[in-house]
Design a protein around this ligand. Structure first.
Ligand code: ZN
Length: 168
């Protein structure tokens, strides 16, 4: 993920870009397309994205600046940073920032592994539940088995929501 691009997307909107570079904006958010220089208001936009129904151009603020000035992704970031006085640094993240990103990644990875283990445990307990239930059904279960089966069924029910959620 490019942090500078993220910050620019947070702070600069499509209408900001349009008016900064002398293009029309409208309260209906439909204007003549500045990219193919159309005459009809085929260029629709929100704060985050644009789409031209006529030439098919679409993208975000960075894409718009790339199209308007015929420049690449990185030069577009530099231009937005400069023209909107954002004062963002294009330098690579500091040691501390990289450390934090790595820590976050590790936590997420560990969490994913734990979730997988829980899914395994849940599936295993389901197998036990089937066996306990079978024993009860055929009248082979001791009182203790009946009690355990009740506890297990309650636990499986309490945890089912968490387990069926996707976590990838
Ligand atoms: Zn267009």
């Amino acid at each position: 993920m490019n942090m500078m691009a993220e910050k620019i997307r947070d702070r600069v909107t499509i209408p900001m870009v349009l008016s900064q570079y002398g293009y029309q904006t409208s309260s209906r958010k439909r204007v003549p397309c500045p990219i193919h220089q159309g005459k009809d208001p085929n260029f629709c936009y929100t704060d985050q994205v644009y789409h031209c129904w006529s030439c098919g151009a679409k993208g975000d603020v960075i894409g718009l600046v790339m199209e308007l000035f015929g420049i690449g992704f990185k030069p577009a970031l530099m231009k937005l940073n400069h023209d909107f006085c954002l004062g963002l640094s294009s330098e690579r993240p500091s040691y501390r920032e990289r450390q934090l990103m790595a820590e976050n990644k590790r936590v997420l990875k560990a969490y994913g592994q734990w979730k997988k283990k829980k899914k395994c445990a849940y599936d295993g307990l389901c197998a036990f539940h089937r066996e306990l239930f079978r024993r009860m059904a055929v009248g082979e279960a001791s009182e203790e088995i009946v009690a355990v089966q009740g506890d297990l069924e309650a636990w499986l029910e309490d945890n089912i929501q968490e387990v069926v959620q996707p976590w990838i």
